[in-house]
Design a protein around this ligand. Sequence first.
Ligand SMILES: *[C@@H]1O[C@H](CO)[C@@H](O)[C@H](O)[C@H]1NC(C)=O
Ligand SMILES: *[C@@H]1O[C@H](CO)[C@@H](O)[C@H](O)[C@H]1NC(C)=O
Ligand SMILES: *[C@@H]1O[C@H](CO)[C@@H](O)[C@H](O)[C@H]1NC(C)=O
Ligand SMILES: *[C@@H]1O[C@H](CO)[C@@H](O)[C@H](O)[C@H]1NC(C)=O
Length: 496
Amino acid sequence: MNSLRLLVSCVLISRCWSTEEPTFPPWFKFGVATAAYQVEGAWNVSDKGEGDWDRLFHVHPELKGHPNGDVACDSYHLWRRDIEMLEELGVDMYRFSISWPRLLPTGFPNHISQDGKNYYNNLIDGLVEKGIEPLITLYHFDMPQSLQDLGGWANPLIVNWFEDYARVVYTLFADRVKIFVTVNEPFIICELGYSKGHVPYHQDQDVGRFLCNKNTLLAHAKAWRLYDEEFRPLYHGKVSLSNLFIWFEPATPADKELTELALEHWEGRYGHPIYSKEGGWPLKIQKFLNDKAMKEGYPYPRMIPFTPEEIELVRGTYDFYGLNHYTTFLARRARPGEKIGRWPLYGSEELGMVMEGDPSWTTGEVDWFTMHPEGVRRQLHWLNDTYGVKEIIITENGYIKVDKQLNDWSRLKYTKDYLEQILLAINDGINVTGYTHWSLMDNFEWMVGYNVNFGLYSVDFKDPNRTRTPRESARYYSKVTRSRSVNHRHIGLNYV
Ligand SMILES: *[C@@H]1O[C@H](CO)[C@@H](O)[C@H](O)[C@H]1NC(C)=O
Ligand SMILES: *[C@@H]1O[C@H](CO)[C@@H](O)[C@H](O)[C@H]1NC(C)=O
Ligand SMILES: *[C@@H]1O[C@H](CO)[C@@H](O)[C@H](O)[C@H]1NC(C)=O
Ligand SMILES: *[C@@H]1O[C@H](CO)[C@@H](O)[C@H](O)[C@H]1NC(C)=O
């Protein structure tokens, strides 16, 4: 809508100016999110251990010359400026991750880095001093290389190693940090990691991917139970994991069953064992994939079975649903011989599924992004109806751009439209209690390096000082956090 039309409609419909516009409830927390490897830099300071991303970009011959996170936003040195930005934004909460190899250089708790510990203590104390609640992610994609050399997420012992690491983090920080995410997006770790789209940069769709699927869930469960038994009585905090959950809708009524399979493929394999009443793998996708493995001559089921004890270990290990939502797709059965496009990497090929936006939706600036804000509201209802979760925190939601302009109108609009739908869901009775926008600032976007951005603040990666500058979306978000309303009257008509 252009400004003039909006002005006219506002004059005609006086509710645009009414004081009774819907606002977020007082207990709803606004925040922003980042992750260690994407912002910290300082990859080799002090006694920090080598991480798997360090190794990938420094050593892998195929990736020679690929940009890396050696310096990134240099938040290791510039964290005071980061806190200043959080204050400018007026957020209640900051989600950041701990670098496992920075805190535990060997990967094990035999040696805790004093400098690593100081860095996170300074950041946490700085946030608390400003009244900003820290939310810690324990694992946001960076594994100590020492543990990756032993198989990483494919080695069942990772479950114990992760629990040991979690104990260190809780012991050091749980007195001041009340919300923890154990594992961020196990879907990406396993689905992309075992198709060379992420670390460990290994191609193994048949076995490695499913070892990872199971072990990430067991590791999460152990870390949740550790908190529940030993730390919750002292600190009364909350622990869950964050799932990437692209929302699907059937392209035609005939695609309804396929859509359910897609939801189980994307979300169920990483959510059902934890959030469902009965626990264990979701049955449709389990059967589908196990049949496939059998046809291919494997003597083992593709979805590695849980023992009854493991089902109970994992079931119910959550205090909220951590939702990373970016976009929605229509699911459609591929026509005979039709190419799946860029999505086979995420398993659509094995489902015989084409994922595409509806022609009426606004497309984003990259091909995996459509704007369909109503999708998040339906998805929030699905989470309530399917699992009966009592609390949801949206741990990521944000807009990818290719150009670096400060006038990022499309990101502003995306943020407004999605928050509006989240507020509608809250008013429907879905208990969404917080939102950490991805991302505070432009950062290192994994395999696409610095070629795209998600930042409310732009970062000048050519400047040794990594100067940060607020975009229009940052100005907008700072109005939202203070007014607790998404309405554009707070930002003037220029941006609508
Ligand atoms: C750390 O890595 C940088 C490259 O990112 C290099 O220039 C520097 O010499 C290294 N420092 C140490 C102490 O190894
Ligand atoms: C929403 O979640 C909060 C935090 O867990 C809880 O205190 C509150 O009772 C929940 N509200 C409803 C309606 O379930
Ligand atoms: C959430 O799910 C419960 C149980 O399935 C249902 O009774 C309730 O109406 C749902 N809430 C909303 C807002 O749909
Ligand atoms: C970088 O920061 C230093 C110290 O604050 C300052 O002296 C210098 O001018 C800055 N450089 C640039 C390019 O902004």
